[in-house]
Design a protein around this ligand. Structure first.
Ligand SMILES: *Cc1c(COP(=O)(O)O)cnc(C)c1O
Length: 385
């Protein structure tokens, strides 16, 4: 028997080794990996510069308490601040923890408690993360949730009107593209309404960039496409290239709410994680690198649009190198057929295939992946007709 809690319905694939876009399983079969640890390995598997930085740090110092000065944390924080609307950073180890900290920061700073989030959102599995998440299935069986959360329809510019007279709103929290919810990009009008609402109600704007941040959409952060000025930004997934790391980035006006003793984490900003994050951001936050991601993203979207010829394919969505293919049917059987074909992809919701190639993917690899999608959809169409 397995001695693991069966919290995941795992695929029957055992990855043994991986480099860049390619992953090899036990039997020696090679896959184009468009999962990359779920938007984690943004520089591909085992990227040379990050590997070298972590190896060097391994021989020097693994961990010191946050009671000591930490020059590496300072370096990573400086990069995050220089490339965002924020000024100050708190380090943690995951996306859920980053959102947890963001919610604590927003409540303490505003001295208000209500948080508005959106339907189909995903913000993590801790009690505050679950409470913030606009999906019932995530919360089932866990008893009373943290109170004070309101779930509005996503992408509806009028949705906030229902909250206009509500007092005590600390923050509005959202993803600029709902990743787990089905690769649903927010529309500009909606985002501008959200920002205007926050200003009017003196509520903080929290953008959850855990999946869309760190170059995924072709900008350092997804909100930049819409010119938003969030008060708080949360990141994790891609930050450490696979080394666990998360962060909350906030405006300097929030500093007094996170004063000594107010929040903390033993492992947050760990030396090895920071060595990985520093090397990762050094590459990804270069303008020329991000410009290339934009170009490859446009190519991917254009190639995927050719799949709309299949009656099963309903919609193609995404930005940069996060893409969704919405089908008329559940995607699980296709995901397994794609694995046989040598392409690893994710579901998002029940009807969307999600593609998260590394940001270092080549145009040729994109072409190959779309060809594999084409092959599987062609076979599938032939079988079901
Ligand atoms: C993955 C994800 C999280 C949770 O991150 P963990 O590291 O799994 O805790 C939170 N928000 C968004 C948008 C995510 O995609």
């Amino acid at each position: 028997m397995s001695h693991l809690f069966q919290t995941y319905s795992r695929w029957n694939i055992h990855i043994k080794k991986a480099k860049g876009t390619l992953a090899v399983d036990e039997s020696g079969k090679t896959y184009l990996d468009f999962v990359q640890g779920i938007a984690v390995c943004n520089l591909g598997h085992c990227p040379d510069q990050v590997t070298a930085a972590v190896k060097k740090q391994l021989d020097n110092l693994w961990h010191v308490s946050n009671l000591f000065q930490n020059g590496l944390q300072e370096k990573v924080a400086e990069k995050l601040a220089a490339n965002s609307t924020g000024d100050l950073v708190f380090f943690c180890n995951s996306g859920a923890e980053a959102n947890e900290a963001a919610i604590k920061l927003a409540r303490k700073h505003t001295q208000k408690t209500k948080i508005i989030t959106f339907q189909q959102s995903f913000h993590g599995r801790t009690f505050a993360g679950m409470a913030a998440t606009g999906q019932e299935k995530i919360k089932q069986g866990f008893g009373p949730m943290l109170s004070g959360f309101y779930y509005l329809p996503y992408n509806d510019p009028d949705a906030l009107k229902t909250m206009e007279d509500e007092e005590g709103i600390a923050a509005v929290m959202l993803e600029t593209i709902q990743g787990e919810g089905g690769v649903i990009p927010a529309n500009s009008e909606f985002l501008q309404e959200v920002q205007a609402f926050c200003r009017k109600k003196q509520a903080l704007l929290i953008v959850d960039e855990v999946q869309t941040g760190i170059g995924r959409t072709g900008k350092a952060f997804g909100y930049e496409h819409e010119g938003l000025t969030p008060d708080i930004i949360t990141v994790a997934k891609g930050l450490g290239s696979g080394f666990p790391a998360g962060a909350v980035i906030g405006k300097k006006g929030l500093s007094s709410a996170f004063s000594p003793g107010s929040h903390g984490s033993t492992f947050g900003g760990n030396m090895l994680a920071m060595a990985a994050a520093n090397a990762t951001l050094e590459i990804i936050f270069e303008k020329s690198f991000l410009d290339e991601v934009c170009g490859k993203g446009e190519y991917l979207q254009k190639e995927l649009e050719s799949l709309l010829q299949f009656p099963l394919v309903k919609d193609i969505r995404g930005k940069g190198l996060i893409a969704g293919i919405e089908l008329k049917d559940p995607v699980q059987p296709l995901i397994e057929e794609l694995q046989n074909e040598g392409l690893l992809v994710l579901p998002a919701g029940s009807n969307v295939i999600r593609l998260l190639p590394p940001l270092t993917v080549t145009v040729q690899e994109i072409t190959e992946a779309v060809q594999k999608l084409n092959n599987v959809l062609t076979r599938h169409t032939a079988v079901t007709q």
